[in-house]
Design a protein around this ligand. Structure first.
Ligand SMILES: [Zn+2]
Ligand SMILES: [Zn+2]
Length: 435
């Protein structure tokens, strides 16, 4: 705890990480402030609310306020705390500098998340542990510094979101069991988890955005962002909004809404736009793109945000004569392949194969069909005796043949291979009745 201004009403705690990717969140600052005064969070919140003449209801859930967010509330609370502590610029601990250019919807996550390694770094650096602002942002799933997923559950008691319920919160410690959150979490032991490059890219973009919010000369404005998007559409898609919409995985009307009706792309969409245009999110939001030229081929990273446009960026010129030759090579493979598989290998939608190389595709198709039928026939030859003897046993036990009885006698892996099992059983039943 560093006291920078002893004359203030509240302790003038120094905000952590200002101007860096590791900037503290206002929520974290409030927690530390309450700890510093040895009062509960609700009491501290009440005091601050009193300053801004806001009434808090009895069971005030202060996490609902999204104090570190982008809303007016975040701004008001930041200025009230600044006033009481004498520490200026606490709005830097919120996302409010971006209020004009990033929509609030879905921006902040309600989950309390952290990076244990960052907490450990805090201890090593000899200062208090604190919650980073980036951990509040929903699209950020990993720590860009330590290349590891953010943690949700206490390693000791396994509880999540305990910070929301507690009256006393010490950043870096579980509010339920008091254990140290810098400890290795259960999630860490999951060796199958691999940080995806797009997760890293997003965390990095958000980090850079937060780092630059201190040095902004002017507050980012929607006009600049809109002009930038217009320029990008011109550069990438000759000004055709529909093509651009397809590229970044949104509807045509969304793009129209951004450009003409005062709407703004969500953070996810902004990240898509940045990825496709090859500029950073911070640049897209803060400065007019003067010398920007469209990237030659691929976006800087394929963002998997749930609606990623998987199509190729540039239309591929297909040499159909060559493709036909390749299809004929496929048709001579010792183990036949389907038209769909051929399409996959050639990276062409198999419907096009039928349209443009009809004869060759049909040769493949027929061969595949015969192969599948033959394989099924052979499989049945192998399985049928097993099924028949199972049916015989069932009859000998004095039971009737049905699926449940068969499942008891024949392993699932075998039954799984039988097509139209019900019909096959009827057929066997009929046969056994005759013999
Ligand atoms: Zn970290
Ligand atoms: Zn715990």
């Amino acid at each position: 705890m560093i006291l920078a201004n002893p004359r203030s009403t509240l302790h003038a705690l120094k905000p952590m990480g200002i101007g860096s990717t590791d900037v503290e969140s206002l929520t974290s600052y409030l927690c530390r402030l309450a700890v510093s005064h040895s009062v509960s969070l609700p009491s501290m919140a009440k005091l601050i609310a009193g300053t801004i003449q806001e009434t808090l209801r009895e069971n005030f859930d202060w996490h609902e306020r999204q104090l570190s967010g982008i809303s007016e509330t975040a701004h008001i609370w930041a200025s009230a705390i600044s006033m009481l502590t004498g520490v200026g610029s606490l709005d830097q601990l919120t996302l409010s500098p971006w209020a004009q250019v990033i929509p609030a919807k879905g921006l902040i996550t309600r989950q309390v998340r952290w990076c244990p390694d960052c907490f450990r770094d805090d201890t090593k650096a000899g200062h208090e542990r604190y919650y980073r602002l980036s951990w509040n942002i929903g699209v950020v799933t990993i720590c860009h510094k330590h290349h590891r997923p953010l943690i949700l559950a206490c390693p000791e008691c396994g509880r999540v979101n305990q910070r929301h319920k507690a009256s006393y919160v010490i950043p870096g410690w579980c509010s339920n069991c008091g254990c140290c959150l810098a400890e290795q979490a259960a999630q860490d032991l999951d060796s199958t988890y691999r940080v995806k490059p797009e997760e890293m890219w997003i965390a990095r973009q958000i980090g850079l955005l937060l780092a630059c919010q201190t040095s902004l000369e002017l507050l980012p404005s929607a006009t600049i962002v809109r002009e930038n998007i217009r320029l990008i559409i011109t550069g990438l898609d000759h000004g055709i909004g529909a093509n651009f919409a397809k590229r970044i995985g949104v509807s045509k009307s969304s793009v129209h809404y951004w450009l003409n009706s005062g709407g703004l792309p969500t953070l996810n969409n902004l990240l898509q736009i940045a990825a496709h245009s090859g500029i950073s999110l911070a640049d897209l939001l803060t400065q007019p793109l003067k010398n920007w030229t469209p990237p030659i081929d691929h976006p800087q990273i394929a963002l998997d945000l749930g609606h990623m446009n998987k199509e190729r960026l540039l239309p591929r010129v297909l040499d159909w004569e060559k493709i036909k030759t390749e299809l004929m090579v496929f048709a001579r493979l010792p183990v036949p392949i389907s038209v769909a598989e051929a399409g996959r290998r050639l990276e062409i939608d198999d419907r096009y194969l039928y349209l443009q190389a009809n004869q060759e595709a049909r040769v493949l198709g027929v061969r595949w069909k015969q192969y599948v039928a033959r394989r099924k026939y052979l499989a049945m030859l192998e399985i049928k005796p097993t099924l028949e003897s199972a049916c015989r046993e069932i009859i000998e036990d004095g039971r009737s043949i049905n699926l449940r009885e068969i499942e008891r006698k024949v392993p699932y892996e075998i039954l799984m291979k039988v097509e139209h099992l019900y019909d096959v059983l009827n057929e066997i039943k009929e046969k056994l009745r005759i013999t």
